[in-house]
Design a binder for this molecule. Structure first.
Ligand SMILES: *Cc1c(COP(=O)(O)O)cnc(C)c1O
Length: 394
């Protein structure tokens, strides 16, 4: 039984109700269908389902599951796409979105400022005969020069990790669509709350649900949002046969995460703004990088595209790695870790952890200096976070 709420116009309402499927028991909370498969009433029914699977019919958990379908329907409703496919991790989503659409000889244009594992996937595509051209994502002229008739897709992080560069989605989408290329966006830093990706021309939006959708750093998951044809005819066959399916238990965690995501992410972004303002001009800091600050190079674009600076900021400490490590080791409240979007604030030293494997030239290009710290602002009171950061910088 599927229940469609009648009054679900606002994203916050949809995030609580949309896609709920209730069994004959009428359970209040979303059920976890922890089952690998489904029983058929007859051999004929099994045969029919393998020929064509109806919207409320399931075969095997690697293909789909009622709990996971609730999560897919809910996130698609929030993102404004026709459909979505949930995956075991954010990387399974990036891999699934790109590999499922490509064949040898295809051409992809990607922004160079990408998460390390995303670069790995693009290198793998290149190994299988897909041509990948990298550009400076903030420079529309480079996109224009790299695109050509028949380019299959463009791929970029709408806000880059960890440099917080904001890419002009509308501008890139216009150029990409002019040559028939699909626009695939890794939208983690923008979050589904501040995303207007589809409105700005994205065809496919990918999330690591591990981040803001979970919001508690508990489980890995990912999701690909797009048209029904792309999700069910291109992505689903690829993922159901290559094994990137999400666990129904993780889908249930993410469903619950979505219900509170709007409140959490808005509070976190508000704190991020307060912290950025409080630390701006600090004598131990070379730079405070936050898209919500007017001195950010793409501040106006960030406001137009997201209406917020987001929940992430970067701090460049005077004195390089030694000073950065000393500050990290003096933090009492903020944890040294590498997740983001968590209720607990987390600080990362990208040069020695998440981006350690990049060459020095690539690090320099991406602004990953020895003094750079990435801060994921959590749900603690911003005053306590500012006290912790100021004490650590002394
Ligand atoms: C974390 C992250 C990913 C990968 O997600 P996982 O859930 O860890 O697999 C991809 N892209 C960006 C921008 C991320 O921050």
């Amino acid at each position: 039984m599927t229940e469609t709420p009648k009054n679900a116009a606002h994203p916050r309402t949809r995030a609580v109700h949309h896609g709920t499927r209730r069994s004959q028991y009428g359970e209040m909370a979303e059920a976890i269908f922890l089952t690998q498969g489904f029983v058929y009433d007859s051999a004929e029914q099994a045969e029919a389902r393998f020929i064509e699977t109806g919207p409320d019919e399931f075969i095997y958990a690697r293909y789909g599951n009622p709990t996971s379908r609730m999560f897919e329907d809910r996130i698609a409703a929030l993102e404004g796409t026709e459909d979505a496919f949930a995956t075991a991790s954010g990387m399974a989503a990036v891999n699934g979105a790109l590999f499922s659409m490509c064949a040898p000889g295809d051409h992809i244009v990607a922004s160079r400022a990408l998460f390390g594992s995303c670069l790995f996937v693009l290198d793998l595509l290149a190994k299988f005969g897909v041509e990948v051209t990298y550009v400076n994502g903030t420079d529309l002229d480079q996109w224009r020069a790299a695109l050509r008739p028949g380019t299959k897709a463009v791929f970029f992080e709408s806000v880059s990790n960890p440099g917080l560069e904001v890419i002009d989605m509308k501008g890139v989408a216009e150029l990409a669509h002019a040559v028939g290329a699909l626009v695939v966006v890794d939208n983690v830093f923008a979050t589904p709350v501040f995303s207007r990706a589809v409105e700005q021309g994205a065809d496919v939006v990918v999330y690591s649900a591990t981040k803001h959708i979970d919001g508690g750093g508990r489980a890995l998951a990912g999701v690909i949002c797009g048209t029904r044809d792309y999700i069910r005819k291109v992505v689903e066959p690829y993922l159901k046969h290559t094994g990137g399916a999400i666990s129904p238990f993780h889908s249930w965690i993410m469903l619950n995460g979505l219900a509170t995501m709007d409140l959490r992410v808005r509070a976190q972004a508000e704190s991020a703004m307060t912290i950025a303002k409080a630390l701006q001009g600090h004598r131990k800091l070379k730079r405070v990088i936050y898209p919500g600050l007017p001195d950010h190079p793409q501040h106006a674009l960030a406001m137009e595209q997201m209406g917020s600076g987001g929940t992430m900021l970067a701090l460049e400490i005077e004195g390089g790695k030694d000073a950065a490590f000393a500050a990290l080791n003096r933090l009492r409240l903020i944890s040294i870790s590498n997740n983001l979007g968590d209720a607990k604030s987390i600080v990362t030293h990208p040069a020695t952890t998440t981006h350690q494997r990049l060459s020095d030239a690539d690090k320099a290009y991406l602004g990953i200096t020895p003094g750079l710290l990435r801060l994921s602002v959590g749900l603690e009171h911003s005053g306590d976070l500012i006290d912790d950061l100021q004490a650590a910088l002394q």
